[in-house]
Design a protein around this ligand. Structure first.
Ligand code: SF4
Length: 80
């Protein structure tokens, strides 16, 4: 089976990725693998690499805008 990204089969896992201004919260159990995040901002969301989310290449605005597009609620964000 293809490896989608780290930890996606661990039901209660919650991961946080921060750039010092915003934290992206990812709940793999909610992810429906629509790839909206990957298609919209591939410099941040790259499921074949570990970690699969790296915030540094994008601005906070870009990150928030993309996270808001996640159709399942698997990605959310919080102010740091
Ligand atoms: S946009 Fe949301 S549901 Fe779709 S792959 Fe990304 S995290 Fe998963």
């Amino acid at each position: 089976m293809e490896v989608w990204h780290d930890g996606h089969r661990q039901a209660n896992l919650v991961k946080r990725y921060s750039n010092g201004k915003v934290s992206v919260v990812w709940q793999p159990s909610l992810c429906i693998h629509s790839a909206v995040c990957v298609g919209g901002l591939s410099k941040v969301f790259h499921p074949k690499e570990l970690p699969w989310i790296t915030l540094e290449p994008a601005t906070t605005d870009e990150i928030v805008r993309q996270v808001n597009q996640c159709p399942s609620g698997a990605l959310t964000w919080e102010k740091v």
